[in-house]
Design a protein around this ligand. Structure first.
Ligand SMILES: [Zn+2]
Length: 290
C-alpha cells in the first residue's frame, strides 16, 4: 500500500513538472531526482514487514480444492507458535530458520525433516514459518536464539525467495538478502554456534534459475567461510504434485542428507586462517583442518 502511495506521489510530481516546466533538462532532472528518492525509500529498511507468526498451542488448518490426497492440512503449534513436538530447548544440536519448506507445510509434525533429525539423534528446533523472507528469518532468529541452546544453526533458504524481501529491484532485494544472512552468521558465531547455509530446491521441471542462484550463493558462502549444503536433485521427485511443497518422503530424505553432512561439518575446523599443530589440528578449536 505504501509503495502505491509513493508511486502515485512520484507520478503526480512528474505530471506537474510536465505541465509547469518548459525546460527539457529540468524535467529530466526532476524525473531522475524522483527515481533517486524512490530508491532511498526502498532501501530504508531491509526486507519486508515481518510475517505473521502463528499463535501458540493453536490448531492451524489449511485447505485448498487442489490439495493432494496425502497433504496433512491441520496441525497444532507448540507453546511458541512453531511446528514442533515437545523438546528440551536447552539441549539442542540444531536450530533451523526458514520458510514453509522448513516448517513442513503439508506433512504432520512427526514427519517434518526437523522432527526426523531429532529422531536421528540430533535434537532440532524448527523456527520455520511459511512465507518467511530472508528479512523475516533474521527477525525470527534474533527474537528467539537467546532462549535456545544449540550447536548448529541451519539457515534454510528456499530457492528464489529473496524476492520476498522489500527492495523493488531484484539486485537490491538480493543484496538485502545477503545482508540478512551476514547479520545472522555474525551473531551465531559470536554465540559459539556453527552456522550452516542450506539451499532447498523447488521441484525442477526444466533448467532452473535456481542453478545459477546456487552458484552465486556458493561464491558468497565460500567468501564468508560458511558451510553450504545444497540438497541433491533426487529430492526433487519427492513433492506434492499439486501443492509443490516436499511430501513426507522428501522430508525424510532431507533429514538423511542433512544428518550426515552436519556430522561432518561439526567434525572439522571452520576457523578463518587456522593455525595448525603438529597433528594437523587447529590450535583454536582442536578440530581437523580441512
Ligand atoms: Zn579451528
Amino acid at each position: 500500500m505504501t509503495k502505491v502511495i509513493v508511486v502515485c506521489i512520484v507520478m503526480l510530481i512528474v505530471f506537474i513538472s510536465e505541465v509547469l516546466i518548459k525546460s527539457a533538462t529540468a524535467r529530466i532532472s526532476i524525473v531522475l531526482f524522483c527515481i533517486f528518492l524512490y530508491t532511498l525509500f526502498l532501501l530504508r529498511t531491509p526486507g519486508r514487514e515481518k510475517v505473521k507468526l502463528f499463535p501458540p498451542n493453536t490448531v492451524i488448518a489449511r485447505n485448498f480444492s487442489y490439495q493432494d490426497i496425502d497433504f496433512i492440512s491441520a496441525w497444532k503449534t507448540d507453546d511458541w507458535g512453531f511446528k514442533n513436538n515437545a523438546i528440551d530447548r536447552n539441549n539442542l544440536t540444531v536450530v533451523a530458520i526458514g520458510d514453509s519448506f522448513t516448517e513442513g507445510v503439508g506433512v504432520g509434525i512427526d514427519d517434518t525433516w526437523c522432527s526426523q533429525l531429532t529422531l536421528k539423534g540430533k535434537p532440532t528446533y524448527n523456527l520455520g514459518i511459511q512465507g518467511a523472507s530472508p528479512a523475516d528469518m533474521e527477525s525470527i532468529y534474533k527474537s528467539h536464539i537467546d532462549k535456545l541452546n544449540t550447536k548448529v544453526l541451519l539457515i534454510c533458504y528456499c530457492g528464489g525467495t529473496f524476492v520476498r524481501n522489500r527492495g523493488g529491484f531484484v539486485i537490491i532485494k538480493k543484496r538485502l538478502m545477503y545482508r540478512n544472512f551476514q547479520n545472522i552468521v555474525r551473531d551465531a558465531r559470536e554465540k559459539g554456534i556453527q552456522p550452516i547455509l542450506v539451499y532447498l530446491q523447488h521441484l525442477k521441471q526444466e533448467q532452473s534459475r535456481e542453478d545459477y542462484e546456487i552458484i552465486d550463493m556458493g561464491h558468497w558462502a565460500e567468501k564468508n567461510n560458511l558451510p553450504f549444503i545444497v540438497l541433491p536433485d533426487r529430492i526433487a521427485r519427492n513433492f506434492f504434485i499439486h501443492d509443490g511443497h516436499m511430501n513426507k518422503k522428501g522430508h525424510s530424505e532431507t533429514a538423511i542428507a542433512l544428518s550426515w553432512r552436519i556430522k561432518y561439518i561439526l567434525s572439522v575446523c571452520w576457523c578463518k586462517d587456522p593455525t595448525i599443530d603438529v597433528h594437523g589440528n587447529c590450535l583454536e578449536c582442536d578440530k581437523r583442518v580441512q
